[in-house]
Design a protein around this ligand. Structure first.
Ligand code: C5P
Length: 221
């Protein structure tokens, strides 16, 4: 069957980790490689969408036909995403955004002196929650969740709290799923309560399957 087309649609995708600088040579980040978000951007472009990809630091090549914007911190990603969200028909928030950032970034390299060092951190803005507050009724918002405990409950709670259409839950405690792997096993939850388990797939196929589910007639409820 012909894949669902995205011709004429604007698809906004975020990918990769963010980097929160402690000083000029040290940062807080996470193991995200950006693979899942880049696969989604590539798949959406293949279906004819105009694709904006906002990515944290990664060495991945830009997929053909995709407009890429590189950012570093969660705050920068927030600003760039909000600039492009108004015209987006679909938003896939696949980035692993840092939840905390240093209260201060030291202007020069911190010296190692004491045996213990305390870092003061503050919360970063929740980009997706903000999109959920601003969304147009016809805009489709898809979040991702990576959980170690009470995965389904937590993902359902995020879907509601952030006002999303879908959340894609990464199974972290299973071989082949999650950070730094070429494969993923996603559990898709729709706001109607509909739940769908995708099999373990290479991330490019997981991206195609996710697009198919999101573009297919939305389950009722
Ligand atoms: O709350 P949690 O971080 O688990 O939610 C995950 C989802 O929220 C992901 O889609 C992630 O990209 C997004 N997120 C965000 N801004 C943050 C933290 C997470 O957009 N500061």
């Amino acid at each position: 069957a012909r894949r669902h087309s995205l011709a004429g649609k604007h698809v906004l995708v975020t990918a990769g980790p963010t980097r929160e600088m402690i000083d000029p040579v040290r940062c807080l980040t996470n193991p995200s490689t950006g693979t899942m978000g880049f696969a989604l951007a590539r798949a959406a472009a293949r279906r004819g969408a105009r694709v904006t990809l906002v990515t944290g630091p990664t060495l991945l090549p830009t997929p053909p036909g995709v407009t890429r914007i590189d950012v570093t911190s969660a705050q920068e990603m927030y600003e760039v995403v909000l600039q492009h969200a108004d015209t987006a028909d679909f938003v896939f928030m696949a980035a692993a955004v840092a939840d905390y950032t240093p209260v201060e970034t030291a202007p020069s390299k911190l010296k190692k002196e004491a045996d213990e060092l305390v870092l003061r951190l503050r919360r970063t803005p929740d980009i997706l929650a903000e999109l959920g507050r601003r969304r147009r009724p016809d805009q489709v918002l898809v979040g991702f969740a990576m959980e170690t405990d009470n995965a389904l409950e937590n993902a359902r709670e995020k879907l509601r709290r952030k006002n999303l259409d879908w959340i894609a839950l990464n199974r972290l405690n299973e071989p082949g799923a999650g950070f730094g792997t070429g494969t993923n096993r996603l559990t898709l939850l729709h706001r109607s309560g509909h739940l769908e388990e995708l099999p373990l797939l290479p991330k490019d196929e997981a991206a195609e399957a996710l697009l198919d589910r999101v573009l297919r007639e939305i389950p009722s409820g």
